[in-house]
Design a protein around this ligand. Structure first.
Ligand code: ZN
Length: 223
């Protein structure tokens, strides 16, 4: 069984009716429901109980998934360092959407991770760069999302070890929407879609990619 822990700050869903309509029980619960499988079990943590991200929890987590947006600064530094250290020791990490500005992602990347953005609900194509990669198995040449937030280059990240998707939007922007890294013994996947006002985490191809990424990121080794 692959043990997954999902952190979602869980603020937008409680502050906005529009978001609550899409994710009535929070993004973390939608992800838990859609990602649980015969080989994947899921626990969730929110900002309310962020202190539950202990060394014990991390030692018992194979892959950690992170969604945050407006409260990155409220995650205590020592917890961000704990997550970074667990990743370096071999825990897989998947950062979703605005997790690009989370403390653990910036610690692992070592760069500001800034990007350009526009919230117009553009159609997005996520174009597959390497159809042989385990993360894209079971999807076609691309994923089409009717509406997503536009993230555009330049994206201030280190060069990915492997670029999995390039996102393209109606406005012409392009973005490195799926990036793989290795840091220490840990595998990391950054995946751009997942703005809170759109039903992205119900899209079957998005769920397929996330399940593939979980299975790819898990490691038998923990240093
Ligand atoms: Zn967003």
């Amino acid at each position: 069984m692959i043990k997954v822990t999902i952190y979602n700050e869980y603020l937008h869903e409680r502050a906005s009716e529009r978001v609550a309509k899409v994710y009535p029980h929070g993004i973390h619960e939608a992800l838990k429901e859609n990602l649980t499988d015969e080989d994947i079990s899921v626990k969730t943590v929110t900002l309310d109980n962020v202190e539950d991200i202990t060394d014990e929890l991390l030692a018992d987590t194979d892959v950690f998934m992170w969604w945050g947006h407006k409260a990155h600064e409220k995650v205590p530094d020592e917890i961000a360092v704990r997550v970074q250290q667990a990743c370096l020791a071999g825990m897989g990490m998947i950062f979703l959407h605005s997790g690009h500005h989370s403390k653990p992602f910036k610690l692992l990347m070592g760069t500001p991770c800034n990007l350009s953005w526009r919230e117009d609900g553009d159609r997005e194509y996520l174009w597959v760069c390497d159809p042989s990669h385990p993360i894209v198995q079971g999807i076609g040449n691309y994923i089409k999302l009717e509406h997503e937030e536009t993230y555009g280059e330049p994206f201030m990240i280190p060069e990915p070890d492997k670029l999995i998707f390039i996102g393209n939007y109606e406005g012409g922007e392009a973005f490195r929407s799926g990036c793989c890294y290795r840091r220490g013994y840990g595998k990391i996947f950054y995946f751009q879609p997942g703005h809170e006002t759109f039903p992205t985490f119900y899209h079957p191809d998005v769920i397929r990619v996330l399940k593939n990424a979980i299975r790819w990121a898990v490691s038998d080794y923990r240093g």
